[in-house]
Ligand binder design. Structure first.
Ligand code: SF4
Ligand code: SF4
Ligand code: FES
Length: 230
C-alpha cells in the first residue's frame, strides 16, 4: 500500500489510486467537476483539480484526477500558484454559464457554488466578460429537463449514458461552440432514451434536473434494471 504525504499529512492509498480520490477520502477538498472515480481514463477537461507533486526531488503540476499515487509522493493541494490557476480555470468555465441560482433546482447541491466558495470567488467573474449563448432548453422529456446554458461540458452525463450501453447524449462541435447534445439536436424524448436518469444523478450543475421530486422513483417503476421500459 503506497504511503503519500498530502499537505504534510501521511495517508495510505490503494495502489494505482488517483490523487483526487485519496485526498477527498482523507477529508482534503480539491475542487473537481469532470472526474468520475469509476472511469478508467480521466477526461481531464476542467483543470480545477490541479495539484503540485514531488517525486524523487522533482516537482511538477498535474491534474489530480488523472495522476496515480506513488510511494513517497509529496502532494501540495493549496499553493498560491495552484489556487491562481484554479481560479482562472473556474472563471473561464463560468464565462458562458447562465447564472440563475434563485430559480435553479440544483442550488442546494450545486458543485459550482461549492467550488466558488472554496476558491473565494464570486460565480460571476470580475475579470472576464460573460458570454452566455442563447441555447434552447429541452423540456419535452416527461421526467427531466436539459438546460444547456447551465452545462459546464464536464462530460459526466455522456460517460453515464455510454456506461448504460447508449449514446443519446454526446459532445457536439468543438472549441467555444462545443455543447452537449443528442444526435442532430433532437429532444432527448425523441431518442430511445430509457429514462434511467443516471445522467441527471451525475450532473454537477442545474443543466440536467428532475422536473419533479420523486422522478427517479417513478422511473424505477417503469424501467427494468437493464434500462428497458416495462
Ligand atoms: S447551476 Fe449552480 S451556479 Fe448555475 S444557476 Fe444553478 S445553482 Fe446557480
Ligand atoms: S449536462 Fe451536466 S453532466 Fe452533462 S456535461 Fe453538462 S454539466 Fe456535465
Ligand atoms: S476534475 Fe480533474 S480535470 Fe476535471
Amino acid at each position: 500500500m503506497p504511503s503519500v504525504l498530502i499537505d504534510g499529512k501521511e495517508i495510505m492509498a490503494n495502489p494505482g489510486e488517483k490523487i483526487l480520490w485519496v485526498a477527498l477520502r482523507s477529508g482534503i477538498y480539491i475542487p473537481h467537476l469532470c472526474a468520475i472515480e469509476e472511469a478508467e481514463l480521466s477526461f481531464g477537461g476542467c483543470r480545477l483539480c490541479l495539484v503540485d507533486i514531488e517525486v524523487d526531488g522533482k516537482r511538477e503540476m498535474v491534474t489530480s484526477c488523472s495522476e496515480p499515487v506513488k510511494e513517497g509522493m509529496k502532494i501540495y493541494t493549496n499553493t498560491e500558484k495552484i489556487n491562481r490557476m484554479r481560479q482562472t480555470a473556474f472563471e473561464l468555465i463560468m464565462t458562458d454559464h447562465y447564472i440563475d441560482c434563485g430559480n435553479c433546482v440544483k442550488k442546494k447541491e450545486c458543485e459550482l457554488i461549492k467550488i466558488a466558495a472554496s476558491l473565494k470567488l464570486k460565480l460571476r467573474s470580475k475579470r472576464l466578460r460573460s458570454i452566455v449563448r442563447e441555447l434552447p432548453v429541452d423540456d419535452f422529456h416527461p421526467l427531466i429537463t436539459f438546460d444547456p446554458r447551465k452545462c459546464v461540458k464536464c462530460g459526466k452525463c455522456v460517460w453515464m449514458c455510454q456506461g448504460m450501453g447508449k449514446s443519446f447524449l454526446n459532445f457536439a462541435y468543438r472549441g467555444f461552440g462545443m455543447i452537449i447534445s443528442t444526435f442532430d439536436g433532437i429532444p432527448l424524448s425523441s431518442t430511445e432514451c430509457k429514462s434511467c436518469l443516471e445522467c441527471v444523478m451525475v450532473c454537477p450543475t442545474g443543466a440536467l434536473y428532475f422536473k419533479e421530486t420523486g422522478a427517479r422513483e417513478v422511473a424505477q417503476k417503469i424501467i427494468d434494471p437493464e434500462g428497458n421500459r416495462l
